[in-house]
Design a protein around this ligand. Sequence first.
Ligand code: 13P
Ligand code: SF4
Length: 369
Amino acid sequence: MSQEVLFDYPLQDAEGATCTAHAWAKVPEPLTPAARGEWKARAKALLAQKQAVLVAHYYVDGDIQDLALETGGIVADSLEMARFGRDHPSQTLVVAGVRFMGESAKILSPEKRVLMPDLDATCSLDLGCPPEDFARFCDAHPDRQVVVYANTSAAVKARADWMVTSSCALAIVKHLKDQGQKVLWAPDRHLGRYIQEQTGADMLMWNGACIVHDEFKGLELDLLKAEHPGAKVLVHPESPKSVVVQADVVGSTSQLLNAVLQMEAPAFIVATDNGILHRMRQLAPGKTLIEAPTAGSSATCKSCAHCPWMAMNALQGVVACLEQGTGEIHVDEPVRSQALGCIDRMLDFVKAHPSATSKLGLVRHLGAA
Ligand code: 13P
Ligand code: SF4
């Protein structure tokens, strides 16, 4: 069994995947309450006029999340966003999230117009896995099933056998292991390591990371837990091992939200992008929600628990894309049809195995490593 990292991709390059300066520079200034109301009303009218539906991720601005729910759209994790966009009858999808989410929607529904509030909204995992380098990695290991995380470009998906999201990755890799398959995994090294440890699968890993989750700190979390002994710890599996081993629940964004709703505990420490607190507070107003720490002696706080690319989504961008047709996603047809295979394989799997995305996280915490 191997966990060797074959492609030590240079994540620390100041211009590369971990550079957030460009993204923060494009995040719009917060609106006044009056302006928020006006932009939201404009966006609502345009969604109706253009017969468009808004598909939003939990990490985007709370006003956009509310707008999605008030207009028949959805706020969801990346798996549910993909399914909802594919199945919704509307011919125009406005995807509020990051670029791979818009691309997945377009790959699944090429006949639909897919718009995004800002096409520059990307993801450090996507940036840190260039298709040419990834193709060389795959070429060197033709004996392995290529499993890629949703947070990748269409071109990377076009090289993959399977796409997975955090809500179904564990079940799919377990299925491959049970079939005797070896796995080539990309790009998130923390999620990959977590799945490898849970399944015992033979996985070769790419060296990618989410700049937001990578910042959560195990030592500081330990101290915070001591201050809140009754609190349960909810962790997204893109977080480092020192954080994951302290979790009561590990799961996708939807699975963490469900944990808050279903677990009896009065308080939760949440180790994922703090954009999710908006929906958690709405659905569980009586519960205390505490952000997991990103500060500490080794802190860099490039994101401070909020994704700068998600933060680029603003009501003004929703209005602009609907009014002017800006931010349209295009995926070249040969790439699209190649990439469709790995997404369809995942969607067929979760349809056939509903427990693969079961509501309470990938698994409960299994104890300290
Ligand atoms: P989910 O699929 O859990 O929503 O995760 C997407 C993501 O980008 C997390 O950082
Ligand atoms: Fe990518 Fe992390 Fe942002 Fe999610 S939170 S979109 S994984 S950079």
